[in-house]
Design a protein around this ligand. Structure first.
Ligand code: JHZ
Length: 407
């Protein structure tokens, strides 16, 4: 299959280094009556551009089918609520943002981040493509435009409300196909003295911790700092500071302003790190692919041996990435009785591909389970702490990456 041109430098001839074959969309949970109809599957291949260094998907699914009706709720994960409350405070205090300033959150989901800005006295506006989730955010008191962010939407907001002092885009930049249109929009909406904050999963963490399950159709780009600098610079967005943060398995937080400037020391440090890790070499990615195959083998071996001993096993969490892991490793109801998840929208549904039922946590707490495969591994600390009574009673967690292990 011919890969598209690079999303950033437009070079043709990207190198495909990992192929998961054809997979259903990771958030496309099914109702019981849908189980007998064939699911839509799409190629899931990852490529590397040896010109600008961007790692990206080779096949792009049309965004409407992924994001108009969405099950993921930011508020379903306690640690994320704390994370976003801290982020709002850091931005307001760190950049002296006066009360009443306009804060726009792109991909605002249920408005969790904007609730914190609102509490701090800001005027807030969300932009969220999912119809069901933007409705929910509005019910929760967060003004929300139900659309994808674009230059057109940015100009409309600018005309109605003026320019924004703060724009945030957390876990949305990797999802954007037309980065040029997105950044033109940000640039037109952001006040000259405004601050633009991006949080995006970091390729270095993905490779280092073998987070292969975070590769799915929604995530079009897997960013290192080098391609980020290139694309942001084209739109005169200066990275004032970049930090590594511990969300979603390791992410970057970038603070940007509309000013020209030399590369900040924090950017230079990451560029050096990426060079040392040989992120510019196809071989680095090919080695990663080999290890992905080994994880699949050892995870299946472990689960099958536990099952052969008569153990009960369930999946803990029903994150999008969990569905990549389950589909890739072909883990179905022969191994996992069910998945437990805190998101009301997922409960009562079945996972895409493997058709495992999803239940609320009450089910997990009610009946004895020997092992819980931790699909939401990015919240391992919080979940292990929360489930201390389960562990005290002899229950064990299986953490699948970077190497399957029992804790
Ligand atoms: P979580 C999401 O991916 C979706 P997912 C999206 N595509 C994206 O870009 C990435 O985030 C970054 C549940 N849970 O956050 C809630 C429990 O059940 O890892 C969630 O369904 N019990 C926008 O879906 C899931 O786990 C708990 O105690 O991979 C976690 O999903 C906790 C803490 C969570 O993202």
């Amino acid at each position: 299959m011919k890969t598209p041109a690079c999303r950033i430098c437009h070079k043709e001839g990207l190198h495909t280094f990992l192929s998961f074959g054809s997979m259903p969309l990771a958030n496309n949970f099914l109702r019981e009556e849908q189980l007998s109809t064939p699911e839509h599957c799409f190629p899931l291949n990852v490529c590397f551009c040896d010109t600008c260094g961007l790692v990206q998907l080779g096949y792009v699914v049309e965004p409407d089918s992924m994001f108009r009706d969405y099950v993921y709720l930011t508020s379903a994960s306690g640690p994320l609520k704390t994370h976003f409350a801290e982020l709002a405070e850091e931005i307001i205090q760190g950049f002296d943002i006066p009360p009443g300033s306009l804060v726009v959150d792109i991909g605002s989901n249920d408005g969790t981040l904007l609730q914190s800005f609102k509490k701090l006295g800001m005027t807030v506006l969300g932009i969220e493509p999912a119809v069901n989730i933007s409705k929910l955010a509005i019910q929760l008191g967060i003004e929300t435009i139900n659309d994808f962010f674009s230059e057109r939407v940015a100009r409309m907001i600018g005309t109605d409300l003026g320019q924004a002092k703060v724009i945030t885009a957390t876990n949305v930049f990797s999802h954007v196909s037309d980065l040029d249109d997105f950044l033109i929009g940000v640039s037109s909406l952001l006040a000259n003295d405004g601050i633009f904050v991006i949080e995006v999963p970091y390729l270095v963490d993905l490779l280092d911790k073998m987070e292969f399950d975070t590769i799915y159709h929604e995530h079009l780009s897997y960013f290192a700092i080098r391609p980020l600098v290139r694309v942001l610079d084209e739109f005169r967005m200066n990275i004032v500071k970049v930090e590594r943060i511990n969300v979603h398995g390791g992410s970057l937080r970038l603070y940007l302003q509309k000013s020209a400037g030399s590369l900040s020391p924090s950017v230079l440090e990451l560029l050096k790190l990426e060079e040392a890790l040989k992120l510019d070499s196809l071989e680095t990615y090919q080695k990663f692919t080999e290890k992905v195959g080994q994880i699949k083998e050892s995870l299946l071996e472990l689960l099958q041996s536990l099952k052969a001993r008569g153990s009960t096993i369930v999946g803990y969490g029903a994150p999008a990435k969990g569905n990549v892991l389950l589909n890739y490793c072909k883990i179905g109801t022969d191994i996992l009785d069910y998945l437990t998840d805190t998101t009301p929208f997922k409960q009562g549904l079945y996972t895409p591909g493997m058709h495992i039922p999803v239940f609320p946590e009450s089910r997990f707490h009610r009946a004895a389970v020997d092992y819980a495969l931790l699909l939401s591994w990015n919240y391992a600390d919080a979940i292990l702490q929360k489930e201390e009574p389960y562990r005290q009673a002899g229950g064990k967690f299986i953490v699948p990456i970077p190497k399957p292990r029992i804790v």
